[in-house]
Design a protein around this ligand. Sequence first.
Ligand code: NAI
Ligand code: 13P
Ligand code: ZN
Length: 347
Amino acid sequence: MDFRKIQLPREIHTGEGVIEETGSICKDLMFKDKVLVVSGPNTLKIAGEKAIESLQNENFDVETFIIDNASKSAVLEVQEASKDVSVVLGIGGGRVIDVAKLAATRNNIQFISAPTAASHDGIASPRASIKNEKGSVSLEAQSPIGVIADTEIISQAPFRLLAAGCGDIVSNYTAVLDWKLSYRLLNEYYSDSASALSLMTAKMTLESADAIKEGHVESAALVVKALISSGMAISIAGTSRPASGSEHKFSHALDIVAPKPALHGEQCGIGTIMMMYLHGGDWKYIRDTLRTIKAPTTARELKLDPECIIEALTMAHTIRKERYTILGDRGLTKEAAEELATATGVI
Ligand SMILES: NC(=O)C1=CN([C@@H]2O[C@H](COP(=O)(O)OP(=O)(O)OC[C@H]3O[C@@H](n4cnc5c(N)ncnc54)[C@H](O)[C@@H]3O)[C@@H](O)[C@H]2O)C=CC1
Ligand SMILES: O=C(CO)COP(=O)(O)O
Ligand SMILES: [Zn+2]
């Protein structure tokens, strides 16, 4: 028998000020007594404290745990801190959400995702990216039972984070091309519906590029919706394949080689320009649209040396080797990497 399970969020709450409804949302979801809020040092002040007040107003006993990295040890610490709670809330950026999501999954506890920035599509996905000695691993986790996305808070986050979210969405184009390639060459499992949702999300976002502006609640709402939809494509696929291909391998490689990596979504956006070139697709459209959004398209904008880009390109195929992409099993030579980055204007 070919059993398949698709897990999706049960409730998605978006809107200006919705973080102040956290307590009543948790009550409606029938959580009781003690809850754990996992946040970052800054995001606690930006959103965590409002959520805590709202939870306390509904008589929840709130514990707080602050993390600053998506490491294995942070996951273990949050697991330890969440043994006797009814729900774990991750309030912050992608790293906070991943740690809280994985710790809750391992403790068999429900998880609520409350993003403070629209910077990544892990908001509603059933995966968690955790750093390890080799860079990072994508681990299976539960989907959040609820998403609380306060568009006012998200619209006030540095614009760079919103533009990065667009880079993570644009990645869907090359991720799907890579996935299809692997399906054709290696008969890898492939889902038409997950790919269709992923591509539609990327297409709609790029078509709205002109409307993605700094400080606008509507822009934040547009990107949040796309990131949640991308996370659902990951849920349907049961793998991050529809949203992570060669461009993500490049970004994961940069996280290893760069002295100070840029944001995940920024790196993925630039990776998409280059991987689309390798696929023979319309890489200029990707580049120009990222420019319209004011997302970075060059190494200089990422504050990275050209050497870093070349090194990441030549090692990208070694990341998640089981995930076949346009980079093949042998990857790029140094010369080919240099040619690719130069031809696309990345260096
Ligand atoms: N689980 C999944 O399916 C996915 C996971 N990821 C992971 O997510 C992470 C990337 O997420 P990011 O959010 O880009 O990085 P991040 O979590 O490191 O956040 C970037 C910075 O933005 C700050 N920040 C967040 N909200 C803010 C606000 N409202 N105002 C001011 N500063 C704010 C954070 O404190 C942090 O310093 C990576 O580790 C990546 O691997 C990315 C995509 C999918
Ligand atoms: O970043 C992701 C999707 O945007 C998750 O992908 P990975 O499986 O590469 O961690
Ligand atoms: Zn990503």
